[in-house]
Ligand binder design. Structure first.
Ligand SMILES: *Cc1c(COP(=O)(O)O)cnc(C)c1O
Length: 487
C-alpha cells in the first residue's frame, strides 16, 4: 500500500516557525551533514497530510476501540479515557525523578496510598511499586524469597517449583534469579496435583510459584492444602497475580497462604498495553518479607509528610528511579473511581462473560477441562478441527477476516492446539455474541471448505505474514495483497 510518505511529499511544511530574532550563525559545515545537500531524505509534508497518514495507519490496525480483543492471559480491557486525562496533568508529567521529596509531596502521597490500596486488595502488608512489568515483579518477588532464606542462613534453597501450566515468564524468572526450575504436574482437572507437589518439595525448596486462577482459567481449589505443603517444607509461596482480574474483592492471595505476589497494573488496573508499552508490576508481600523490598520505599513521616527511604535489609534497586509512574497514576484513578464494590463487580462481570462465551462455544470446539465453571478465561482445543487438517493458527487467522482479534493460541502448552480466550468485563453481550458467531462460522468452514482457512486472512491490509520475518523486518506499509511479506 502506498502511503503519503512514498508519494512525493516534497516541499510541504507542517510548522510555522517565528522569524529569526537572534544573529544568524554559520551554516553547519558540510562534513557534519549526513547527506550531500544537507538533507536526510525525510518526507516534507503539511500538517494535514501528516494527520491523514497516521489516521489511515490507525484504521488499518486492530485495537480495542474497534472491537473485542480476547487475548487470553493479557486482560485486554477497555481503559477509560478519564485516566489518560489525569495521567497527563501537567503537574504530574512535568515532575523530574530527582526532585527532593518535599517538592513531590502529592506524588509521594499518591504512591503511598496506592500501595495501601494494593495491600488491601491482596491481603498483604508491604509493597513496592517499582517493577516495570509483571516479569520484573516476579523477579522482585523471587529475590525477596531468596533474601528471606539467606537471612535465615539457608543458602542452599534454590529450587523454584511451578506447575506445567505456568506462564513462560515464571521459569525465566527463576532461572534469572539463579534458581533451578522443578516442574509439578497438573491432574486431569487441570489443577496442581497435591500428591506430585508432596513428592517434589524438600529441603532445597525456595518457593512454589503459582498463577491463580491458573493459565487454564481454573481456580486452584486445593489452594490451602497446596500452600501448607510448601510451608511445611520450609518454602514460601509466590502467586503470579497477573490474573487478579478474576479475584478483585472476592479472594485475596494473602488469605490463601501466599507470601508474596505481583499484580499487573497494566492488565487488571487499566492501562493501555501491548506492543511493549510501559507496564507496572508492583509486588505485595507479607510483613516478614517487607524488610527486603527494593529501595527506596515511600514511608509516612512523623509530621504526616512522605519520603523515599532506603531500608537496611533491602536487596537493592530494581530500576534507576521509582517505577512507571504514569501507569501508577492510571491505576490509582481506576481504583478510586471503581471503589471496593465496583472492583468486585469488575471481577464478577469478567467471570460471567467468560462463562457465557464458553457455553456458546462448547458445542463447536473441544473443551478439555469442562468439570466446572471457569474463572475470567478458558482454554479450548482446536483438536477436532486439526483432524480435518485445519490448525489453530488457521482459525486465528480466519478470525481476522471476520473483523475480530484472535485469542491467544498454543498456550498453555499442556493443551493441544490451545485457544485461550479472555473476553474481559468491558465487552457487552452483543460483542460476545459477535465473537461467538465468528468462531461458530469458522467451525463450520473447517468442515465444509477448509481451504478458506488455509488462505486466511484475505480481507486484511496485509495477508498471512511470515511471523518470524514480520517481527524482525517491521514494515507497516508493505504493498497490499502482493504477498511480498507473505509466505
Ligand atoms: C502477562 C503475564 C505475565 C507477565 O507480565 P508482563 O507485564 O508481560 O511481564 C506473567 N504471568 C502471567 C500469568 C501473565 O498473564
Amino acid at each position: 500500500m502506498k502511503t503519503i510518505f512514498d508519494t512525493g511529499g516534497s516541499g510541504g511544511i507542517g510548522v510555522s516557525l517565528p522569524g529569526l530574532d537572534v544573529p544568524k550563525t554559520e551554516e553547519l559545515p558540510e562534513k557534519f551533514s549526513r547527506e550531500k545537500e544537507g538533507r536526510i531524505g525525510l518526507p516534507e509534508l503539511s500538517e494535514g497530510m501528516v494527520m491523514r497518514h497516521f489516521v489511515s495507519l490507525s484504521s488499518l490496525n486492530y485495537h480495542l476501540e474497534k472491537g473485542i480483543y480476547p487475548l487470553g492471559s493479557c486482560t485486554m480491557k477497555y481503559n477509560p479515557k478519564l485516566h489518560e486525562n489525569l495521567a497527563r496533568l501537567p503537574g504530574l508529567t512535568a515532575l523530574h525523578p530527582l526532585l527532593p521529596d518535599d517538592q513531590v509531596r502529592g506524588t509521594l502521597e499518591l504512591m503511598h496510598h496506592l500501595g495501601e490500596l494494593l495491600c488491601e486488595i491482596t491481603g498483604f502488608r508491604g509493597v513496592s511499586l517499582q517493577p516495570a512489568a509483571g516479569a520484573q515483579g516476579e523477579f522482585c518477588g523471587i529475590m525477596l524469597i531468596k533474601s528471606y532464606h539467606e537471612h535465615r542462613g539457608e543458602f542452599h534453597r534454590n529450587e523454584v517449583l511451578m506447575p506445567d501450566s505456568a506462564h513462560g515468564t515464571n521459569p525465566a524468572t527463576a532461572t534469572l534469579a539463579d534458581c533451578v526450575v522443578v516442574g509439578v504436574e497438573s491432574n486431569e482437572y487441570g489443577l496442581v496435583d497435591p500428591e506430585d507437589l508432596k513428592r517434589k518439595v524438600g529441603p532445597n525448596t525456595a518457593a512454589f510459584m503459582l498463577t491463580n486462577p491458573n493459565t487454564l482459567g481454573l481456580f486452584e481449589s486445593h489452594i490451602g492444602e497446596i500452600t501448607s505443603i510448601v510451608h511445611d517444607a520450609g518454602g514460601l509461596n509466590y502467586m503470579d497475580g497477573a490474573n487478579m482480574n478474576a479475584l478483585l474483592g472476592i479472594a485475596r492471595p494473602g488469605d490463601m497462604g501466599f507470601d508474596v505476589c505481583h499484580l499487573n497494573l497494566h492488565k487488571t488496573f487499566s492501562s493501555p498495553h501491548g506492543g511493549g508499552g510501559p507496564g507496572s508490576g508492583p509486588v505485595a508481600c507479607s510483613a516478614e518479607l517487607a524488610g527486603f523490598l527494593p529501595d527506596p520505599v515511600v514511608v509516612m513521616k512523623d509530621d504526616g509528610g512522605y519520603a523515599l527511604r532506603k531500608k537496611d535489609g533491602s536487596f537493592g534497586r530494581l530500576l534507576a528511579f521509582h517505577g512507571n509512574i504514569g501507569v501508577l497514576y492510571r491505576a490509582y484513578a481506576y481504583i478510586l473511581t471503581m471503589g471496593a464494590r465496583g472492583l468486585r463487580e469488575v471481577s464478577e462481570a469478567a467471570l460471567v462473560n467468560a462463562n457465557y462465551l464458553r457455553a456458546l462455544l462448547s458445542e463447536y470446539y473441544d473443551n478439555p477441562f469442562d468439570h466446572g465453571p471457569c474463572m475470567h478465561e478458558f482454554v479450548l482445543s482446536g483438536d477436532r478441527q486439526a483432524r480435518l487438517g485445519v490448525k489453530t493458527l488457521d482459525i486465528a487467522k480466519r478470525l481476522l477476516d471476520y473483523g475480530v482479534h484472535a485469542p491467544t493460541i498454543y498456550f498453555p502448552q499442556i493443551v493441544h492446539e490451545a485457544l485461550m480466550i479472555e473476553p474481559t468485563e468491558t465487552e457487552d453481550r452483543a460483542e460476545l455474541d459477535r465473537f461467538a458467531s465468528a468462531m461458530i462460522s469458522i467451525a463450520g468452514e473447517a468442515e465444509e471448505k477448509p481451504h478458506l482457512l488455509k488462505d486466511a486472512p484475505v480481507n486484511t491490509p496485509v495477508l498471512r505474514l511470515d511471523e518470524v520475518r514480520a517481527v524482525k523486518e517491521l514494515c507497516v506499509v508493505e504493498p497490499l495483497n502482493e504477498g511480498s511479506v507473505g509466505e
